[in-house]
Design a protein around this ligand. Structure first.
Ligand SMILES: [Fe+2]
Ligand SMILES: [Fe+2]
Length: 261
């Protein structure tokens, strides 16, 4: 079976691209489940109930989170309405929402999905993602060996370490957060698919989805600037992983890039 993992959806342009493209992509690539990172869906930061609802026809089965999870304060209460929206599992236990779940793909296979947040070079506080992964993987494997991990982190070293740590225990560890897709997708020796970063669904004429001029001004002068989201000329980045539905190990990875205007 095949699972489609879509990178960070940025703003309205990213959402519109996903709504339009993902149903067709699933068909074209033969995917039975779609996971998408949604931490930048609402105006570039966080999620809202309206944003999540807008994806109801996008054929996205699971929405994962990240360090921008609570940028929109309404979602602190709003997340409880959605069983398919995950916040990082290694956030403080008192935070709302849940960090993993088991979802049924269109071919009837149960797929565990875990949202994790890294700690290296990240400003938002999170617990140890490795010990959290241990606990959750053991729990999910009682039900299914097909498990996908969204490792939302900045440092490539921390992401590769997580991939190696979970090799042979999960189907895939796929990174998000940097918005830049990496060319290191592969299947490790133990059967776990890995990629440092899937990329984003955001404007290709931008800096990580934000308007070029204010970001360049900020970096070149050190002065604050308003980083507006660019909503046109959207490029969708995703990765397809083919996995054995019985054993859970991965066979192959395929990077996907589509321009949408
Ligand atoms: Fe992001
Ligand atoms: Fe992030």
């Amino acid at each position: 079976m095949k699972v489609l993992m879509v990178g960070d959806i940025v703003g309205k342009g990213g959402r519109r691209s996903v709504i339009d493209s993902v149903p067709r992509l699933r068909e074209e690539l033969g995917c039975q489940l779609c996971i998408a990172n949604g931490e930048n869906m609402a105006g570039g930061g966080g999620m809202t109930v309206k944003c999540v609802n807008s994806l109801s026809h996008a054929k996205v089965d699971v929405v994962t989170g990240g360090d921008h999870m609570w940028d929109q304060k309404e979602f602190v209460d709003g997340i409880s309405a959605f069983s398919h929206v995950l916040r990082p599992a290694n956030l403080n236990v008192l935070q709302p929402g849940r960090g993993y779940g088991i979802f049924t793909a269109s071919n009837g296979v149960n797929v565990g999905v875990i949202s994790l947040q890294g700690r290296s070079l990240m400003t938002k506080v999170a617990d140890n993602p490795f010990t959290a992964a241990d606990r959750i993987v053991n729990e999910i494997r009682k039900t299914t060996p097909v498990i996908f991990v969204d490792m939302h982190a900045e440092a490539t070293s921390e992401k590769v370490a997580m991939g190696r740590y979970l090799d042979g225990r999960v189907s895939a560890v796929l990174g998000t957060h940097t918005h830049v897709p990496t060319a290191d997708d592969q299947v490790f020796e133990g059967g776990t698919a890995f990629q440092c970063d899937v990329g984003m669904v955001g404007s290709r004429h931008s800096v990580l989805g934000r308007a070029v001029d204010p970001v360049v001004h900020h970096f070149s002068t050190g002065m604050p600037a308003k980083f507006s989201v660019v909503e046109n000329e959207i490029r969708l980045h995703a990765t397809v992983v083919e996995v054995d539905a019985e054993e859970g190990h991965a066979y192959s990875t395929e990077r996907v890039r589509r321009d949408w205007d």
